[in-house]
Design a protein around this ligand. Structure first.
Ligand code: NAD
Length: 469
């Protein structure tokens, strides 16, 4: 698209019911989103089912070529997409935020297009020859959250399309414009009907998860909604990839250098203003360096500017919605009342129009405190003191979720030993939350099942078929 206004105009409904989307930084309107219904969903699924066989028949090379062109289209409109994302979601243009997210969309499309997936010969012993192939599923449903709306949508649709499927997307009701705009751009390079976003509410999500023509649901969102989707998909025995909530622990070992790790700890916890599934949400620090880590982290955090995302100076933004602001505020207030020490923040200005919650660090907090035990999904990090590594590992593993975790140490071999003891889908060493389109990503325990990214991610969007002859 030539301009931001042209992009917004292209996704503004010309008829039907609409809903105004407001900027979480200012409270000002961003644009009008359609209010799609279950009837709209039916039409999208029918179009997808009609377009899918020809797309599947193209084969991997032609589909990959189309995805590479779609990545080019995203890059051509990158600045307009980033601006809309910033205004709707709140994240700044600058820093690891809106421009970074749009760049990731192109990167994930390119890697999904370029990852080889050949049939595997499983047995070939002269008597038996068995090959394992991955066939298209058909129509895939993609249901996503509001924190990284464009990037997570691409995580879902890129492998699905590459594997020969059509996709119907149900974006979060908080961030429909970003996803509609992304789909508008991708559709410049894709056959009609193959990819549609249906911007409806929970009823549309439920209908998608139960629809007999949908072969698989890619879901990213809360654990509670993931459980609802398991139930509504049961009657049609759908395949599911569930990327659910997390409450990632980081363990700082006694030999870590507090100053060297402070910036990594900060971004691990506060990327996207803490609204990230695999962000560091509980930090366990050994008693011997606890005060030094608190001090270094406070210095880094205090210097990071928060404000309107369109201002290039800012690297942190508002919370996307008032509900999330209220959750974070209630958890920090309860922590303060329990006697925990607020090192930084914890004092939002209540007379401002935006959902800004200040960067908050909370020390001397009990492991059982709700700010530790629940997913805060915002800019408030609890820092818990521990005495022995066994104690830290036990606290890290005590919850029923296990998306990511991290170990921080000057001794990588020692860090790996601790990493092996953590119950999480990914354990990072001296970093947290770094995702890569080539590296499988998924949760343990109630953080979900199934893998995204890399060749494992492609396989998850196919039906395995054995040819045994
Ligand atoms: P959410 O579960 O409230 O909503 C996600 C989506 O599900 C929305 O599009 C919503 O409309 C839809 N939905 C709601 N009820 C439904 C139902 N019964 N059937 C079908 N669809 C339904 O999640 P959210 O608040 O948008 O996102 C935040 C949560 O997502 C956090 O817990 C976060 O940790 C998690 N998350 C996980 C990952 C991951 O990769 N594991 C990534 C991002 C976010």
């Amino acid at each position: 698209m030539e301009t931001y206004d042209a992009l917004l105009a292209a996704i503004t409904p010309v008829s039907g019911e609409t809903r105004t989307i407001f900027d979480p930084a200012t409270g000002q309107p961003v644009g009008e989103a359609p209010v799609h219904t279950v009837q709209d969903l039916e039409a999208a699924i029918a179009a997808a089912a009609a377009a899918q066989p020809a797309w599947a028949a193209l084969g991997h090379d032609a589909r990959s070529a189309a995805l590479l062109k779609a990545a080019d289209a995203v890059e051509r409109s990158a600045e307009e997409l980033a601006r809309l994302l910033s205004r709707e979601q709140g994240k700044p243009l600058n820093g690891p935020n809106a421009r970074f997210e749009v760049g990731a969309c192109a990167a994930w499309l390119r890697v999904a297009a370029g990852t080889p997936l050949a049939a595997e010969t499983v047995v070939d012993d002269g008597e038996t020859r068995a090959e394992l192939h991955y066939r298209p599923i058909g129509v895939v449903g993609a249901i996503g959250p509001w924190n990284w709306p464009m990037m997570i949508t691409v995580w879902q649709l890129a492998p699905a399309l590459r594997m020969g499927n059509a996709v119907v997307i149900k974006p979060s009701e908080y961030t429909p414009l970003s996803v509609l705009a992304l789909v508008e751009i991708l559709n410049q390079e894709l056959p009609e009907g193959l990819l549609t976003a249906v911007a409806g509410g929970r009823d549309v999500g439920e209908a998608l998860a139960g629809h007999p023509a949908i072969g698989k649901i890619m879901f990213t969102g809360s654990t509670a909604t993931g459980k609802a989707i398991i139930k509504s998909s049961a009657d049609t025995v759908k395949r599911l990839t569930l990327e659910l909530g997390g409450n990632d622990a980081g363990i700082v070992l006694p030999d870590a250098d507090p100053r060297a790790i402070a910036e990594g700890l900060f971004w691990g916890a506060f990327i996207n203003t803490g609204q990230t599934c695999a962000a560091l949400k509980r930090l366990y620090v050994h008693d011997s360096i606890y005060d030094a880590v608190c001090e270094e982290l406070t210095n880094v955090a205090a210097a990071m500017p928060m404000g309107n995302g369109l201002d290039e100076a800012n690297v942190l933004g508002p919370l996307q919605n008032r509900q999330q602001f209220d959750i974070v505020a209630a958890l920090v207030d309860a922590a303060r009342e329990s006697g925990a020490r607020i090192l930084l923040g914890g004092n939002p200005e209540n007379d401002q129009p935006g959902n800004f919650y200040p960067t908050t660090l909370v020390a001397d907090i009990a492991d059982s405190n709700p700010l530790v035990a629940e997913e805060q999904f915002g800019p408030a990090l609890p820092i818990i003191r521990y005495g022995t590594v066994d104690e830290a590992v036990a606290m890290a593993n005590a919850l029923d979720v296990g998306l990511g975790a991290s170990v921080w140490s000057s001794d990588p071999a020692e860090a790996r030993k601790v990493a092996a003891r953590l119950e999480a889908g990914t354990v990072w060493i001296n970093k947290h939350g770094a995702v890569d389109p080539r590296i499988p990503f998924g949760g343990a325990k109630q953080s979900g099942y199934g893998l995204e990214f890399g060749v494992e991610g492609l396989k998850a969007l196919g039906v395995p078929q054995v040819i045994n002859g």
